[in-house]
Design a protein around this ligand. Structure first.
Ligand SMILES: [Zn+2]
Ligand SMILES: [Zn+2]
Length: 204
């Protein structure tokens, strides 16, 4: 009798979720892989130069006044472009905010209307296509695609102003002030590809 009881206990143990390999394999599916994988920029695709050209517009942060590039996988239509422009004029953008989040923020005080709005809200639809890199903060330099796209006005890559620019060959544009403060960094021989990384000298 004792032997039979032990066998039953062991059998029961195996069939619980914790010990069943099939159920264990199913668990990771519940997690959103996309959110974990994309690591910080909040986008569904890479912020490439071409994707920036597809939108051909920027949004300026109201805190630091730096432009942030908008990206889309395919060229947006004239209608989408106009809609985007008029929306951007109506909002106050700050660095680190995604446009997905932005449209939600706007509806935050109108919960009752939120559901209706989202169903056929052209803005919400637009932001499924048009996205922004949310990893930028107000201390971040201007992202490289802004300059490489060559469709946006020349500005200082550190602070974003358009006055007193210095254009050194093979480097992104600097204003006089940032050119001096980043002088040390450039002497060490940082290449353009390094400029996109957070610049501590720009925080000072
Ligand atoms: Zn900012
Ligand atoms: Zn500057």
């Amino acid at each position: 009798m004792i032997i039979i009881t032990n066998t039953i206990i062991a059998y029961e143990k195996v069939t619980t979720e914790e010990y069943c390999p099939f159920l264990q394999n199913r668990k990771p599916r519940n997690k959103s892989k996309d959110v974990e994988k994309k690591g910080g920029n909040g986008m569904d695709f890479s912020p490439t130069v071409q994707y920036g050209k597809n939108v051909r517009t920027i949004v300026k942060c109201v805190e630091c006044n730096k432009p942030r590039v908008l990206y889309a996988r395919h060229k947006i239509s004239e209608e989408e472009f106009r809609l985007l422009q008029s929306f951007l004029e109506s909002i106050e953008y700050t660095c680190g905010v995604t446009f997905k989040g932005l449209s939600e923020d706007i509806d935050v005080n109108e919960d009752s209307e939120k559901e209706n709005n989202n169903k056929d809200d052209p803005i919400a639809e637009l932001f499924k296509i048009v996205q922004i890199n949310k990893k930028h903060t107000c201390t971040s330099v201007i992202e490289k695609p802004y300059f490489v796209a060559r469709i946006f006005p020349q500005i200082c890559n550190i602070c974003g102003i358009s006055e007193d620019l210095i254009q050194v060959e093979n480097e992104l544009p600097y204003c006089k002030k940032c050119h001096v403060s980043t002088g040390e960094k450039r002497k060490i021989g940082k290449s353009i590809s390094d400029i996109e990384k957070p610049s501590f000298s720009s925080i000072i």
